[in-house]
Design a protein around this ligand. Sequence first.
Ligand code: FAD
Length: 452
Amino acid sequence: MVVGGDAAGMSAASQARRLKGPDELEIVAFERGRFTSYSACGIPYWVGGEVTDRDRLVARTPEQHRARDIDVRLRTEVTELDLDRGRVRTRDAESGTESWTGYDRLVLATGARPVRPPLPGIDAPGVHGVQTLDDGQALLDRLDGAPGRRAVVVGAGYIGVEMAEALLRRGYEVTVLNRGEQPMATLDPDMGRLVRAAMDGMGITTVGGAEVTEVLTGPGGDVRAVVAGGTEYPADVVVLGLGVEPETTLARAAGLPLGTYGGLLTDLAMRVRGREEVWAGGDCVEVLDLVSGRERHVPLGTHANKHGQVIGANVAGGYGTFPGVVGTAVSKVCSLEIARTGLRERDARAVGLRYVTVTAESTSRAGYYPGAAPMTVKMIAERRTGRLLGTQIVGREGAGKRVDIAAVALTAGMTVEQVAALDLGYAPPFSPVWDPVQVAARKAVAAVREAG
Ligand SMILES: Cc1cc2nc3c(=O)[nH]c(=O)nc-3n(C[C@H](O)[C@H](O)[C@H](O)COP(=O)(O)OP(=O)(O)OC[C@H]3O[C@@H](n4cnc5c(N)ncnc54)[C@H](O)[C@@H]3O)c2cc1C
């Protein structure tokens, strides 16, 4: 039995079905929404108009799952887990009918819920989240594209900056309000500053240190402005991008083990600690950070899909493990690509690591080759050992996915010296003769030596 019909849940169901036929394993999946296996990651590009067909964001429809003997039950919310008796209580959203259904093995894939502070006016029409396809549709229905329209995005994490681009594309004047001084708190502030400068250059107003206190409404009750730091920012539409927290309400009520961030705790096989018959994956769990050695909540689709694969294999009697993450993420705002992996400076300090940092300027292609675009790479390396601890990249086309070099190096526990010596591909249209990541690695080698 699967609770939650998106990335983690349906990957688990699909993988289990691949390994065991319907005669051997019955699979039931409960989903409270109207879609299965949808890409929330695509919402900013759909709202922005780059992706025009919503159905393309659905990787597998309920009918496609059912055709593979996965019994998907939509608009059905699981409201209680009875672990002692191996059953869950469900409520049908249409009829309100409640019933109990038994299971032998349970997969919790309930995802995350967006942070929505209880501020005055926050539920006014015109204030939107972007967590589900229904949210995306509601926002699109609101965007009338009339000239002079203003949008306020609250929060400047990756969803906030991606939505800022989407609204800009729709012709809105966009202001991004952020509690921190710089956007993209997943970067160090010096790299966040580059993002802010680039966004300002694109015509997106970014306001740092702006703690939102109230949403003001007009005579009809719709949103009219957002108040932050005593200033009113006029808005015809507001998008919330304040991050997410694990959706573990059911798990908490059932007494399952939760970590510091409120996510479920599992072993490497994604089995909930202390329970033989319960697995969990995706945004509702905490994962091991391979660089810091601590548990973290890293709500990303890339992990949810992998968790699902592992769970599906294990539930079906096979074997799989999820070793952990190094914290790799890429995003973009207009032509600016933003990437990070590993530890930021503050993360390294928090676990007592001593480190050096370097920042290198380079280009995406050989300097003389048409289209070469500037790129800044920051690298963090451990003192003495020279072990790579983290990498952040901000630049134009060709910058973001370079972070994968560092992600592999981090996973392998490589030193910056080893990164600088990697045999990477080179030709002028693809990179300078020293790849920008290796330019940073060389600087880091020198910095480690100097620091002693
Ligand atoms: C706008 C946006 C952009 C994103 N971009 C990226 C990106 O570029 N890269 C990336 O890696 N990740 C991205 N993500 C994150 C990614 O979408 C999530 O990490 C991923 O969807 C998590 O999958 P999941 O299955 O764990 O949870 P979810 O996708 O949240 O699915 C959980 C499902 O469980 C259902 N559910 C919850 N509780 C119950 C219940 N009690 N009963 C029945 N059903 C229930 C929910 O309705 C939901 O459908 C983005 C997210 C958003 C919102």
